[in-house]
Design a protein around this ligand. Sequence first.
Ligand code: UFG
Length: 345
Amino acid sequence: MKTERILVTGGTGYIGSHTVVELQQAGYPVVIIDNLSNSDRAVLDGIERITGIRPDFVEADCTDLNALKDLFAKYPDIKGIINFAASKAVGESMHKPILYYRNNLNTLMNLLDLMEPNGVKGIVFSSSCTVYGEPDVNPVTEESPIKKATSPYGNTKQISEEIITDVINAGASFKSVILRYFNPVGAHPTAEIGELPNGVPQNLIPYLTQTAMGIRKELSVFGDDYNTPDGSCIRDYIDVVDLAKAHVIAVERMLQDKSEEKIEIFNLGTGRGVSVLELIAAFERATGVKVPHKIVGRRAGDIEKVWANPARANDVLGWTAATPLDDTMRSAWAWQCKLRERGIM
Ligand code: UFG
């Protein structure tokens, strides 16, 4: 076991829980802080079943500065932070902007404030390809222009990147790695952890797997009149376990002082654009399960096409999104089946 502990905020959430698994398997002691606003304590059982280790868990809100101070006092061995704790529903953010700005920005500022006094060496921040908006050119590199955010959620990601940059440029003693995720999908291959959306899913894969299970009647494909080969939107779907592994590399890079720069930004994607209709076909091929679907009108605010150029992450981090799409589709389906087996969904 390593001696440097990693604080994972939002560690019972979708990407957070997969990252905790990879951290523990790499030998890092972990402490999770999560307010369980969009996750369940039972996720800790799933993590323990996979790794044989139950991560330390503090139920608290990262906007609560005193709770964070108590946590650092209790765990003086925290040397790295991975910050997943954030609200993430684009649509909800349009109706509840203050919730988004408060949660996402106060959490980040509280963490940044406490890093130096507690000797923390680095913070990994969850950002998003949403910062590129509708790109003029695909694939996007880290130098592609940042477009004006179209939702408060997207704006919190842009502002957070700026806050981190300003704090580091002001001479902070720590480093930061900003990871811009494309579309994370799939679940752990053991089906012990996965995505657990609240209510009717807004994202494609949970809606698709729930439709395949018969929970939803049919999947609506939002538009087939885009300027793409089959007319449906194109995204870069990245396996959540591949994504989780990149966080371990990123945090290690800061702990071991491997980078010259104090702040680094990486796109995390496969480099391959896949349309909605192609994704449905991939799911059906990989699982043998049909997905009833129909074409409906476009969804307001959707990006037509975006996919990553992940060359920097490939070269500098030595990381690639290695999981074949069909395997990811099978893991997403196995997780949906597990939820059914457990009577959850
Ligand atoms: N889609 C459908 N039917 C559905 C749901 C989605 O056709 O029922 C389509 C969308 O139109 C889009 C694609 O599937 O073309 C992916 O949609 P998601 O909602 O799964 O993902 P988005 O790319 O819209 O958004 C995701 C995250 C955001 C993040 C954004 C970055 O949900 O948090 O990527 O671009 F900001």
